[in-house]
Design a protein around this ligand. Structure first.
Ligand code: SF4
Ligand code: SF4
Length: 121
């Protein structure tokens, strides 16, 4: 893969939880295939739930308001959100409103893996 292939916005690099894997250092170094293809991540309940429902990501969820989902809002996710100041719910709302391509393009432009807490985009 050349650099332009790696950085081109790609909706398939949106993780089930709303993170954008295409801007992740591990993905860029070829150390991770991204969440959608990472079958080793069978530990992740968010990933399993989406696969079971045939969703592309939690933005497609009709079962629960996303803010109430205990799988999506798990302790580890909250901790990561605090450390990296990321707001996965804001990312998922953006995907729901504007679509996956627009979100992937925005994350590549900003070189971010998710919308930051309080960030207006
Ligand atoms: S937390 Fe789960 S859904 Fe999110 S990127 Fe990691 S493995 Fe994928
Ligand atoms: S919001 Fe919760 S219930 Fe809905 S797909 Fe995501 S993890 Fe599953």
């Amino acid at each position: 893969m050349n650099k332009s292939t790696i950085t081109a916005p790609n909706p398939q690099l949106i993780a089930y939880c709303g993170l954008y894997c295409g801007t992740c250092a591990k993905y860029k170094k070829g150390k991770c295939p991204g969440c959608q293809k990472n079958d080793k991540a069978s530990w992740c309940k968010i990933r399993t739930c989406n696969i079971d429902h045939s969703f592309t990501n939690c933005a497609e969820c009709y079962d629960l308001p996303m803010a109430d989902c205990k799988k999506l809002n798990n302790t580890i996710g909250k901790l990561f959100g605090l450390i990296f100041k990321t707001d996965r719910l804001a990312s998922l709302r953006y995907i729901k409103d504007k679509g996956e391509q627009a979100y992937a393009t925005k994350m590549v432009d900003l070189d971010q893996m998710a919308i930051k807490k309080g960030q207006k985009i």
